[in-house]
Design a protein around this ligand. Structure first.
Ligand code: ZN
Length: 123
């Protein structure tokens, strides 16, 4: 992968890491601000339930394809950033085949190609 291409994924990984490291309060704050704007500034007509905010966050993280838990994801992001430094980013750790960009676009911290990931899941 070209360095210019890698830097795109590096930016995504760094942004994703920052988001995961941010505490839940910050996420709730952002959601509250958004709701406030959507509601035209009238808070009385916009009851906010923490459960709703929670489910929104879960859905976002699901969309991003986050694995098992945040800690595991952070670890995978760190490793992906290291691979970018090493110049091995985008190669499968098992079989060294190029991981398709369509996969990296969904899971930028993916260390395995689809085939190896499936084999690993089955074992
Ligand atoms: Zn592989």
């Amino acid at each position: 992968m070209k360095k210019a291409e890698m830097s795109v994924y590096k930016d995504r990984l760094v942004a994703l890491r920052a988001r995961l490291r941010g505490d839940v309060n910050q996420m709730a704050d952002a959601a509250l601000k958004k709701n406030r704007m959507d509601g035209g500034g009238d808070m009385s007509t916009m009851p906010i339930h923490m459960a709703d905010l929670g489910s929104d966050n879960y859905e976002q993280e699901f969309t991003l394809g986050l694995i098992e838990n945040e800690e595991g994801t952070l670890g995978a992001i760190e490793q992906a950033l290291e691979r970018i430094e090493d110049g091995t980013y985008g190669l499968c750790e098992e079989c060294a085949v190029k991981i398709p960009k369509s996969r990296l676009n969904v899971i930028p911290y993916s260390a395995l190609c689809v085939k190896c990931a499936e084999t690993l899941e089955r074992s």
